[in-house]
Design a binder for this molecule. Structure first.
Ligand code: PEP
Ligand code: MG
Length: 576
């Protein structure tokens, strides 16, 4: 049987299923049989034991993302309002295991009521903690991935943060969960560790423990009930995948350039510095986009200057002089952050977003700019402003940067005097007026995701208008070409950091339009280098002009396909 979900980390696996047992069922209305004081002691003992467990994991675990998860849970255990909620439930006569679950549920509901995908994912932490505590109190085993002895595909309802903390990653060849979203912990963690992963895969829990299962994390499909023939064909697909990965690793130490020797920078898009080890091991030239808004998204308080400085400066140091492009926060659109307390809007992609908020909210902007400037003392920092649409936004952000510098100078706080300041080109008005914007910035980075949605007035999240959302349509290509050409004549560095660069045809089109640099997801770095090595830039450039004059995206694809060398790997969906 075939199960379809959302592929969040590409890769192929064919292994036995390790079906993670569902969490024990507890009675939330269980009344206490013991005196209240004994119930309270049971809670504090369990809490102390868990703290000790978490601290032990934090101490021994080298994996930074896991350490971060531990930190979140430890903080929750110490959260006074959570402890108070538990005490109130015990006071109301509930058994301690019911009391912790009830308290966690109240907390979870509060987070879910915020109607925000990211905050809902954080609700997992609270639920997880409640169940862990309840298991501890009731002396029941907690579902664990720590004792895995052989390679497997983990199939679960959902993977909670603390299950991941203790997981034996070396044996996990793939992950399939029935629940979860692109932004849930599991997705972020799996992408960082490059474990092929599918979330929101309905029905997957029907796969029996121990059965062979095939999964493709790019297409988001899992399949069980494999007969001999299927085993062979999926086995061949897995072999081909491993061969390709092995070959791709050869590109880690190679400079990114086209077959005819044109150098094109390949950098990484990151949401957390936890992936920097991987990024560096793939030989990326640096970070072309650090989406800092994720620092604001899973919390109820704003990240302050010190916290941001610690993150940015550590990332800069880790990169050892390679560029770190830090984008100021781009909340809004599909990314909400409850700690910002923003009003709900009918049309959020067209509304209050990114610099539109930053320019209004100095309480947000100044700590971020100061932290970035301070981090500039530790590496090669490129500060990037998102969603610039009109002149006053870029001049306003640059003025704020000067103000932040003046403040630091006056306070005698050290900061880096040398950095680059640039803008995203993701609103058509910016692409159309790049000649005017160029004089204000050192670099421009084209955000093809938003540029495409705003060019066609087609919501990038809405599959119904997906036929409009095509970055290979000549209208978007014209805007990209215009930006690249103007930047070249104005000596402004130009890159592209949208998903387009991570696709085979998108990359080919960009080379045809003369791009200098691209920034792609960590798992796309090697593939991008390999694709570039096959492209002949001189031949592709000849196609550029015809592409922007083509009738439509179909004709652009035909032109590209005709010009591409044999063996230039396309993704399955691009072949059709
Ligand atoms: C883009 O719009 O292309 C981009 C890179 O930014 P984001 O996807 O974060 O909006
Ligand atoms: Mg964008």
């Amino acid at each position: 049987m075939r199960y379809q979900g959302i592929g969040v980390c590409p890769g192929v696996a064919l292994n036995r299923c390790f079906r993670l047992s569902p969490l024990p069922q507890f009675d939330y209305n269980l009344r206490a049989k013991q005196p209240k004081q004994t119930a309270l002691t049971a809670f504090t003992d369990a809490s102390a034991q868990l703290k000790a467990d978490f601290s032990a994991v934090a101490a021994k675990n080298a994996n930074k993302t896991q350490a971060e998860l531990v930190e979140v849970q430890l903080a929750m255990l110490e959260d006074e309002s959570f402890v108070e909620l538990v005490q109130n439930e015990i006071e109301a006569g509930y058994a301690p295991e019911a009391a912790v679950l009830r308290a966690a549920r109240s907390f979870e509901q509060m987070l879910k009521a915020l109607d925000d995908e990211y905050m809902s994912a954080r609700a997992d932490d609270v639920r997880d903690l409640g169940v862990r505590l309840a298991c501890r109190i009731a002396d029941l085993p907690y579902p664990s991935l720590s004792g895995l002895l052989e390679d497997c595909v983990v199939v679960a309802d959902d993977l909670l943060p603390s299950m991941l903390m203790t997981a034996e990653f070396d044996h996990i060849r793939g992950i399939v969960t029935e629940n979860g979203t692109r932004t849930s912990h599991i997705s972020i963690l799996a992408t960082g560790l490059e474990i092929p992963t599918i979330v929101a895969c309905k029905g997957a829990m029907k796969i029996a423990h121990g059965d062979m299962v095939f999964m493709d994390g790019e297409q988001g499909i899992a399949e069980d009930g494999l007969n001999e023939e299927k085993m062979q064909s999926f086995g061949a697909r897995r072999e081909a995948y491993f061969r390709e990965r092995q070959e791709l690793l050869g590109f880690a130490s190679r400079e990114a350039k086209t077959a005819d020797g044109v150098k094109i920078g390949v950098l990484a898009n990151i949401v957390t510095p936890a992936v920097l080890d991987k990024v560096l091991s793939y030989g990326a030239e640096g970070v072309g986009l650090f989406r800092t808004e994720f620092l604001y998204m899973n919390r109820s308080t704003l990240p302050d200057e010190e916290e941001q400085f610690a993150i940015y400066s550590a990332a800069a140091k880790k990169l050892g002089g390679k560029p770190l492009t830090i984008r100021t926060m781009d909340i809004g659109g599909d990314k909400d952050a409850p700690c910002l307390n923003l009003p709900k809007e009918d049309n959020p992609f067209m509304g209050y977003r990114a610099v539109r908020i930053s320019l209004d909210r100095k309480d947000l902007l100044m700590p971020q700019l100061r932290a970035i400037l301070r981090a500039a003392a530790y590496g090669d920092i490129w500060i990037m402003f998102p969603m610039i649409a009109v002149k006053r936004e870029i001049t306003g952000m640059l003025a704020a940067l000067e103000e932040a510098k003046a403040q630091l100078k006056q306070e005698g706080v050290p900061f880096g005097e040398t950095y680059h300041a640039g803008m995203m080109v993701e609103v058509p008005s910016a692409a159309l007026r790049m000649d005017h914007f160029a004089k204000y910035v050192d670099f421009a980075s084209i955000g093809s995701n938003d540029l495409t949605q705003y060019t066609y007035a087609a919501d990038r999240m809405n599959a119904r208008v997906g036929y409009l959302y095509d970055f290979l349509d000549p209208a978007v290509l014209r805007l990209i070409k215009r930006t690249i050409d103007v930047c070249r004549s104005e000596n402004t560095v130009c890159s592209l950091c949208g998903e387009m660069a991570g696709t085979a045809l998108g990359l080919a089109a960009l080379v045809a339009l003369g791009i200098q640099k691209v920034s792609v997801s960590p798992s796309g770095i090697l593939k991008t280098k390999s694709r570039l090595s096959m492209l002949n830039a001189t031949a592709m450039l000849k196609v550029g002009e015809s592409m922007i004059n083509a009738e439509d995206a179909t004709e652009v694809k035909q032109l590209l396909l005709k010009a591409l060398p044999k063996g230039y790997a396309l993704e399955r969906k691009e072949e059709t």
